[in-house]
Design a protein around this ligand. Sequence first.
Ligand code: 3NM
Length: 498
Amino acid sequence: MAPIVDYSLYLVTDSSLVPKDATFLGQIEKALEGGVTLVQLREKDLDTGPFIDLAYKVKALTRRFNVPLIINDRIDVALAIDADGVHIGQDDMPMCRARQILGHSKIIGVSVNTIEEGLEAVRAGADYLGIGAVWDTSTKKLTKKTLGIQGVKDILAAIPPIPNVAIGGIKLNNGKELLANTTGVSGLSIVSAIMAAADPKNACEELLAMIREYVPGASLEQDVVKYAVKAAARVKSESPLVHHMTNNVVINDNANATLAVGASPIMSTNTEEVDDLAAINGAMVVNMGTLSPTMSDAMFAAMHSNAKNGNPVIFDPVGAAASKYRREMTQRFLDECKLAVLKGNTGEILYIANRGGQLRGVDSMGDNGGETNAATAVMETAKKYGCVVAMTGAIDYVSDGSRVFAIENGNPLMACITGSGCMVSSIVGCFTAVNRENYLFATIAALLTVTVASEKAGSRLDVNGPGTFRSALIDELYNITNDPIILTQYAKIREIKL
Ligand code: 3NM
């Protein structure tokens, strides 16, 4: 699945074009204020050291606007500053080598001028194409023919669908003509009409408004990922209190995971404290992994008190079907408590949805009965209980009762450590606490953060198995929430239409 990137208005920089009374970084900042959706740092004459220095500065800017940063040609610079991807031309490093070096999490774009180059780039696994030059330009010395509108159409007609931007001599008016007369262009890539503009913010606003007439705005998936980036940043900056009543196997790991994303855990099971803690605007995570009758009283009290205060309540029905006691308690929690999110593994949610669901103790057994069954289970359960339902598994499914999303991120080592599912519930608590306007998106954001962290942890050279993975997972939760735009590179989510 390709990275979920908004290619609508793609700024390619050129420091030589900046007006005398402006600065390079100032022009980029104003362009970002004007709505640029992607930035490429393109410097053909800088030495490596100064290039890296500049790239860090541009990265700091793009991060502030949650816009991905691509580096032109220099894979070493992209790696050095951990940029979001590279753009390579036909005379640069071959696409397949670049992929070998960068792996699949980085965005790789390729310049193409002919159908053959387009086909080859798609075959080699490019994430997007830069198709050009459409028209003459003085920004770059062109060595190949300009394509014109017909040339762009010919290439698009001959290659499989792939995100793409048109580039070369594009301004507001001819950009409009291009988009009006083509289908399948994902966005416009522009240098001089932005970098040399007296007012780059205004130039970008006009360009983006025009582009939006023809190119559908961000897809729902793009919106979800953009939301996730902001949601993660909010957890770190607002540090919500997340009250847990969880099982005694995972208390320490879940508290550490909560701290790693920037929230503040409290693991009290004392009924006497419930109201005071609920008065703070946090979240309540209830997990019935090692439930007992005394504990359940405290849980009910905590859930009611938090719901009354408007705090999100997350319920994790661990081992829901494992025993008569758990079956009865699961039903009571569902019937008596106002939940924001019900989060369980495949066996638990399918059991609750009455759509299969096999458990042995607290472990999910068997499969999800196919995607339609899984998606229907979360959708129906969300409708029934008026909350978001998240079902974790090899693919995670999340629904608010009207829409269903699948998340395909994750690492098999997650199943080899105890409490990884409980950790998901903790992180859902952290995210929903400070992202209350949309519990569906906040829950997806939490799942993305944990599953992408698991991918990053699993690919680390210092991870040799479950033990080191467990520590690395905490590290990566911390790293991602410090730089959440990373989610854009990794996110594999899609909406499922039932
Ligand atoms: N690449 P302007 S044309 C950087 O054809 C670049 O691949 C091109 O600049 C290609 O928007 C180009 O100022 C320059 O015309 C585009």
